[in-house]
Design a protein around this ligand. Structure first.
Ligand code: FAD
Length: 338
């Protein structure tokens, strides 16, 4: 929070070239590129800068950093963006993003402040849906994970469990058998929502044992705080038992944080925002980058890739508005007439 910001008791209006919602990897990278383009950019963050990096112990797949602590990478992203002039406002929750009739935006914060800008980049990420059981949050990063690509390699030769019955759970269980000695797939029902092809692969994989009609009631850990046991309950009979496992991957859904967008915006079946190749959504001037964007995978590398494109596209979009003294002219190629 900038000095003096918290002492104000009167809501204010601010003007920027671009307002960036969320200071995860995508938001911070967008801020850096916007700053380098000499745009007046503000990054609004409800917590601290870092996003999911702050929930990640080690990152081992960000090029150039063989191993880096999540919070260290977050700090580097922040400092880099700030160095190029991006302004950060933390502890500011965006409540809604409104497109005015003239095509510009009002971004409303929970303290009543309003940020006006001709372009916005939404980088609010998403939230993995939690089981809500004892031990789950306590041991997140110590055996409990929501990301197989990110954390799978830490479970080489371990016995682990995957929870869920949809495509993500089945696909990731299969993926995790590259590392784990054995993977239990725990599903609360007997029938799976996952596609038939994925189910076939699941049941044919000798390293996967499927446990149906079962829920996890609690995650337990050893004296070092590392997961070593799951307490299971049969959802039909109520019978309970222990399952020795050193990891639990939860894939019961992921909610993109898009509820702040007031108008209708095109999205896929899962609610992820659809964009063109310049990261512009179906709302002219509103760009999206990172985990809330509809795409194949969600990683730090993809978040910063999206954000780079979005920030550079914003610069061209603003130039297009200035040159044409009105709404942007979208070229047939999908780019802006600049
Ligand atoms: C446990 C875990 C481990 C992972 N490990 C790896 C890994 O090893 N390697 C890898 O490449 N990827 C990893 N990932 C994935 C990676 O962290 C994400 O792909 C990446 O953080 C996405 O960046 P983002 O900026 O799109 O979203 P996020 O990181 O989710 O950031 C979004 C930001 O927006 C803020 N925000 C949301 N709503 C609002 C609002 N209304 N107002 C203001 N601010 C708001 C949030 O507080 C957050 O800071 C991991 C993810 C998880 C969950």
């Amino acid at each position: 929070m900038p000095p003096g910001y918290e002492e104000r008791n009167v809501a204010e209006r601010f003007q920027y070239d671009v307002v960036i919602v969320g200071a995860g990897p995508a938001g911070m990278c967008a801020g850096m590129y916007a700053g380098r383009s000499m745009l007046r950019a503000v990054v609004l963050e409800r917590g601290f800068p870092g996003g999911e990096l702050l929930n990640t112990e080690l990152i081992e797949d960000y090029p150039g950093f063989e191993t880096v602590l999540g919070h260290e990478l977050a700090q580097k992203f922040h400092d880099h963006a700030a160095k190029f002039g991006a302004e950060f406002r933390t502890s500011v929750t965006v409540t809604r993003v409104h497109r005015r009739d003239d095509g510009t935006f009002e971004t409303h914060a929970d303290n009543g402040d309003v940020y006006e800008s001709p372009a916005v980049i939404i980088t609010a990420g998403g939230t993995p849906i939690k089981l809500g059981i004892p031990g789950e949050l306590e041991y997140a990063g110590k055996g409990v994970s929501y990301c197989a690509i990110c954390d799978g390699a830490f479970f080489r030769n371990h016995v682990i469990a995957v929870v869920g019955g949809g495509d993500a759970a089945v696909e990731e269980a299969d993926f995790l058998t590259r590392y784990a000695q054995k993977v239990y797939l725990i599903h609360r029902r007997a029938d799976f929502r996952a596609s038939k092809l994925l189910q076939k692969r699941l049941f044919e994989n000798p390293k996967i044992e499927v446990i149906v009609n079962t829920v996890v009631d609690e995650v337990e850990a050893d004296a070092q705080g590392l997961v070593n046991n799951l307490k299971l309950r049969d959802s039909e009979t109520g019978a309970t038992r222990d399952l020795a496992a050193t990891g639990m991957f939860v894939f019961i859904g992921f909610r993109p944080n898009t509820g702040i967008i007031e108008a209708h915006v095109d999205h896929d079946d899962m609610g992820y925002l659809k964009t063109d190749t310049n990261m512009m959504t179906s709302i002219p001037g509103m760009f999206a980058a990172g985990d809330l964007r509809s795409q194949l995978t969600r990683q730090v590398t993809t978040a910063v890739g999206d954000a780079t494109t979005a920030a550079i596209a914003v610069e061209k979009y603003l130039k297009s508005i200035a040159d044409h003294d009105g709404p942007p002219v979208i070229a047939a190629s999908g780019g802006y007439a600049v």
